[in-house]
Design a binder for this molecule. Structure first.
Ligand SMILES: NC(=O)c1ccc[n+]([C@@H]2O[C@H](COP(=O)([O-])OP(=O)(O)OC[C@H]3O[C@@H](n4cnc5c(N)ncnc54)[C@H](OP(=O)(O)O)[C@@H]3O)[C@@H](O)[C@H]2O)c1
Length: 322
């Protein structure tokens, strides 16, 4: 598939990733609370999604310990194996969940993460959010130990505000390690990081912003606006958010639709393309896919460019979400 964007350097590390990666939270399966969010997905479907992403030119995937307690990691690794990919042909990011834990748990659980993802390496390991009992300095020191031990290649944080991100960056710098990325919610319907200092600080420090939920959990695709039945069939955990947002977002969704028609793409692809263009090399995106066609569409985002006028029009229509 055509990729006119090439790859982007992840922070100040030597890792190169395509501007679109694939999020595989959707592989968590309908276990525990995940059944409120996603339908069950079988192994052949996971394999087909991974293969479609790779064939479309995506070179990296985003998963986490918490996504089905390792089910997503395992599904990803088995999909990569089924596609015949060697370890050095793909990049994998996963995350440690700090909730009710201290930094010591990072070292304790790394063996489990490696087992789930085997035979693939952990290229980027994030602290998933700021809910842990330890300071960011203690968490980054534990991460630095893993880098030095060869368990992971690079370190990221997720859902860290500006102050916490700066502390994490500083702690790693003392160990001679760059903070590669801060994974934050960022989309045309959630532009908080542009106003709260996170994006500016990331640019200043050379940290990549990895935009999660870049389609606002599907809302930016327009499918909920134009077909009420789609909403009815969406699991309750996402339905409540979507329901609340439909009417107020209609002008933006209509604009995405009209821009999409002129590029012969979809609204989802326009929304993702905006994200990988609007702040240059600083931002990369990880849309989630629950079908092969969604993974194909995600990859094809790297095949076209919005014009400056189109970027500005979307900017104006989504300013209120800063
Ligand atoms: N760090 C964090 O705290 C955090 C939080 C959330 C997510 N993430 C990561 O970010 C990734 C993406 O976020 P997300 O899944 O929350 O949201 P998203 O990418 O904004 O939305 C994904 C959903 O949009 C729909 N979709 C995707 N492509 C589509 C297309 N081409 N046409 C129509 N519908 C399409 C699918 O909905 P249906 O399933 O209804 O088809 C899919 O499940 C996750 O997989 C995960 O890796 C990280």
């Amino acid at each position: 598939m055509k990729n006119i964007f090439g790859t982007r350097r992840l922070g100040r590390t030597d890792l190169q990733v395509t501007p679109v990666g694939l999020g595989v939270m959707q592989f968590a399966g309908a276990t525990g609370i995940w059944r409120l969010i996603f339908d069950e997905m079988d192994t052949p479907e996971m394999h087909a999604i991974v293969r479609a992403a790779l064939e479309g030119g995506i070179n990296w995937f985003d998963t986490a310990e918490i996504y089905g307690r390792g089910r997503s990691e395992e599904g990803l690794a088995s999909g990569l194996k089924a596609a015949g990919k060697a370890d050095d042909e793909v990049r994998i990011a996963t995350k440690w969940m700090p909730l009710l834990r201290t930094a010591g748990n990072i070292r304790k659980t790394i063996g489990e993460r490696k087992r789930r993802l085997a035979p693939y390496s952990i290229d980027l390991y994030y602290v998933h959010n700021a809910t842990g009992f330890s300071s960011p300095e203690a968490e980054m020191n534990a991460m630095a130990d893993l880098v030095e031990a060869g368990d992971i290649r690079t370190v990221g944080v997720s859902n860290f505000d500006e102050a916490r991100m700066r502390r994490a960056h500083g702690a790693l710098a003392e160990r001679g390690i760059p903070l590669a990325a801060n994974q934050m919610e960022f989309s045309l319907l959630n532009r908080k990081i542009e106003a709260d200092g996170v994006l500016d600080a990331a640019r200043e420090l050379g940290i990549t912003i990895v935009a999660y939920s870049p389609l606002a959990r599907g809302l930016l695709t327009g499918k909920f606006h134009y077909d009420p039945d789609v909403l009815k069939n969406t699991p309750i955990g996402r339905r409540l958010y979507l329901q609340r947002m439909i009417e107020k977002t209609r002008p933006l969704i209509d604009a995405l639709g009209s821009i999409a028609r002129s590029h012969e793409t979809t609204a989802a692809q326009v929304a993702l393309n905006w994200l990988i263009q609007v702040h240059g090399e600083t931002v990369v995106v990880i849309p989630g896919a629950s079908s092969v066609s969604q993974a194909e569409e995600a990859a094809a985002v790297m095949g076209f460019k919005l014009t400056t006028d189109e970027i500005d029009r979307l900017d104006q229509l989504s300013k209120q979400y800063r």
